[in-house]
Design a protein. Sequence first.
Length: 254
Amino acid sequence: MNVVGPGVLTLIFIFILIIGYAVRVLREYERGVIFRLGRLIAAKGPGLILLIPIIDKMVKVSLRVVTMDVPEQDVITKDNVTVRVNAVIYFRVIDPVKAIVAVENYLYATSMMSQTTLRAVLGQVELDTLLSERDKLNDRLQKIIDEDTEPWGIKVTKVEVKNVDLPQEMQRAIARQAEAERERRAKIIHAEGEFQASVKLREAADEISKQPAAIQLRFLQTLTEIATEKNSTIVFPVPIDLLSAFMPKQVEHK
């Protein structure tokens, strides 16, 4: 019976280790940046990758979109209001070689670039602009960060400012301003309604004045409405002019 010696087992074990190191499998969203004796060879993948043991070294890079939270930053706006702002940034690696060779840690570098850009851009606008024109600021942030990270092989697809925390005194001031604005609009609407009503009343008066009988009919209609709504006795003075239409005309005698 042949017995495998310790030397053969050692060789088999070393061979398995070499095969395990030399054969790599990359997923569809992964790329491998290969260095040979410290020199860049190429970015390969996805699929089966063969490496030369000890000589080749591979750095794996994911091409999927990365969602990164930008921590809260203290920002002083153009009108000297201190606010705390945070954001979220969406980006992905489009050039694995640049992402590994051009920068030490592209995730950390992108995070730092986002924080400094957020403070710089929002510090150039007033508080009202920051609160009302969020979409324009998001587009501006995305464009600036994308241009700055392009040499690292990074594509920034979207930047969103999430929360803007205001000081308590500023929140109260904004609430008072909003209340004053609502009162102003209510007064304007009321004034416009009064104006339109006065115009219609004037037009109605002009039409009624053309037909004296219409005034009498309107008077009688008002009496009917009052009698229906009120149960008490109402003394209503009746001008003689209103009754003249119902009185027979006297024939003048010569």
